[in-house]
Design a protein around this ligand. Structure first.
Ligand SMILES: [Zn+2]
Length: 69
């Protein structure tokens, strides 16, 4: 089972290589992660930057965590 983010407004989803727990963590702390991303020189983990980009792209939309087999 893979988990990812889905935008209910745009009907698009991404499935970064990580766990549901991590996705929920990122979504809950998106403001913190945004700040960290601005100040880090090493960059974020790939799944984290993918997730951050997606949530930024869909700011104000309804983004949920979904599962697929
Ligand atoms: Zn959207």
């Amino acid at each position: 089972m893979q988990h990812g983010y889905k935008c209910e407004d745009c009907e698009v989803a991404i499935f970064p290589t990580t766990t549901r727990t991590e996705l929920a963590w990122l979504k809950d702390r998106i403001h913190v992660v945004r700040e960290v991303a601005k100040h880090t020189s090493n960059g974020l983990d790939l799944w984290m930057s993918e997730g951050l980009d997606f949530i930024n792209d869909h700011a104000g939309h309804s983004v949920i965590i979904v599962a697929r087999k």
